[in-house]
Ligand binder design. Sequence first.
Ligand code: GRF
Length: 207
Amino acid sequence: MSPINIAVLISGGGTNLQAVIDEIDLGNINGEIKVVISNRKNAYGLERAKKHNINAEYVNKSKYDNDIDFNREIVNILAENNIDLIILAGYLRILSEDLVNKYKNRIINIHPSLIPSFCGKGYYGQMVHQAVLDYGVKVTGATVHFVDEGTDTGAIILQETVKVDDNDNVESLQKKVLEVEHKTLVEAIKLYCDGKLKIDGRKVIIK
Ligand code: GRF
């Protein structure tokens, strides 16, 4: 199978992006990151891309009158790079319906909780872990899922649990979950690029 052309969308530090870059460098994923796109100019993930000679594009939201035009620019970049698969790795903007429809079942997101808990509008970054601690759950984790028109509502590909210890705080929990995110995200991308993911309604069957 020819390598899958991948775009990674980020807004921050890009440790998930780095995990994907490293796994591809090890030859474990039949894919190639053709472009990294960020809505934030100073996202360190753009530096990570440049260090690996990967095309890094900052799309400045303030240059566009509205979200539709902003997302249209992203679609242009995706088309220019002949992208097959989009990875959202800490990307903090909502994708337009047009973009989601154009790439139906070809957009994968990583979320730092066990969906359907602690997800949806307003649940991102450290807020997720704070909500986990406030609720007092004993187990949290990471979820990799396909993106649909909702927020964190697409079919689930992989999940892995993380035990919440009594002495955990937001930082310690975020660190433990991030390690699991890296592992599950690269595994899900590997499965996708190997053609091993079959979507059946809300279920994702791993062949
Ligand atoms: C991760 O916790 C991810 O689950 C969430 O945003 C964070 C991104 O971290 N969507 P990084 O930029 O990949 O380090």
